[in-house]
Design a protein around this ligand. Structure first.
Ligand code: PEP
Length: 250
């Protein structure tokens, strides 16, 4: 059976005390174990949140990484540093990083490979803008993003991949893809993964949906055959809504 995952992307939110307050409530209220739960605090709270989740089933994730191990790269954080903190998952290629920080497919590919080389698991985000969807380019855009980001990834490394389909028009907008729109994109991504890594590996890679997931829409989305969980932004910032999503997921 394919792994199921719900990951919370806290983005640029939460001081250390706020992060600890949130994780303590999530920890206390977490009641199911068929989903792997991942929390991705900002870099400044990784150490403290890592301590709080140690020995629990909750995994620690980071929101970004640089691809070099060390050196004169002011302001960057390396995969070595993340692995040292017990980080298991790293979000790579989020649309906010592509859009506001100019991340290209080539940079994203380097990050994916660096994360894999350090035995962590990338959560690779792909997805089209509204303009691209309306122009009928969703499949072309997502294919291109996947192929470029996953260049040079071996079949055995691919077993550690997680993909997040995040239509840009649904992120932070309150607009969600319908379950059928999500399923169509996920099924197509699955076909691409099967082409790249073979069916045996491709079929086991979890594909999460991201874009305004809430407690009241998560069941329909995760009820679709190729939707293996969710990457949650805004609704992961409050314990009540994040727990609601976990409880209602199919
Ligand atoms: C995200 O940023 O990955 C995301 C899905 O955000 P939101 O849930 O707020 O749309």
């Amino acid at each position: 059976m394919r792994e199921r995952i719900i990951a919370g992307n806290w983005k640029m939110n939460k001081t250390v005390p706020e992060a600890l307050e949130l994780i303590e409530t999530i920890k206390y209220e977490l009641s199911r174990d068929d989903y792997k739960i991942v929390v991705c605090p900002p870099f400044t709270a990784l150490y403290s949140v890592g301590g709080a989740v140690s020995g629990t089933p909750i995994a620690l994730g980071a929101q970004n990484v640089f691809w070099e191990d060390r050196g004169a790269f002011t302001g960057e954080i390396s995969p070595v540093m993340l692995a040292d903190l017990g980080v298991e998952f790293v979000i790579v290629g989020h649309s906010e990083r592509r859009r506001y920080f100019g991340e290209t497919d080539e940079m994203i590919n380097r990050k994916v490979r660096a994360v894999l080389a350090h035995k962590m698991r990338p959560i690779l985000c792909v997805g089209e803008t509204l303009e691209q969807r309306e122009a009928g380019k969703t499949i072309d855009v997502v294919t291109h993003q996947l192929r470029e980001a996953l260049k040079g990834v071996s079949e055995s490394e691919a077993k550690r991949l997680v993909i997040a389909y995040e239509p840009v028009w649904a992120i932070g907008t309150g607009r969600t893809a319908t379950p059928l729109q999500a399923q169509a994109a996920h099924a197509f991504i699955r076909e691409e993964l099967n082409l790249m890594f073979g069916k045996e590996v491709g079929d086991q890679i979890p594909i999460l949906y991201g874009g305004s997931v809430k407690p009241d829409n998560v069941a329909d989305l995760t009820g679709m055959p190729d939707v293996d969980g969710a990457l949650v932004g805004g609704a992961s910032l409050k314990a009540e809504s994040f727990i609601g999503i976990i409880e209602n997921a199919q």
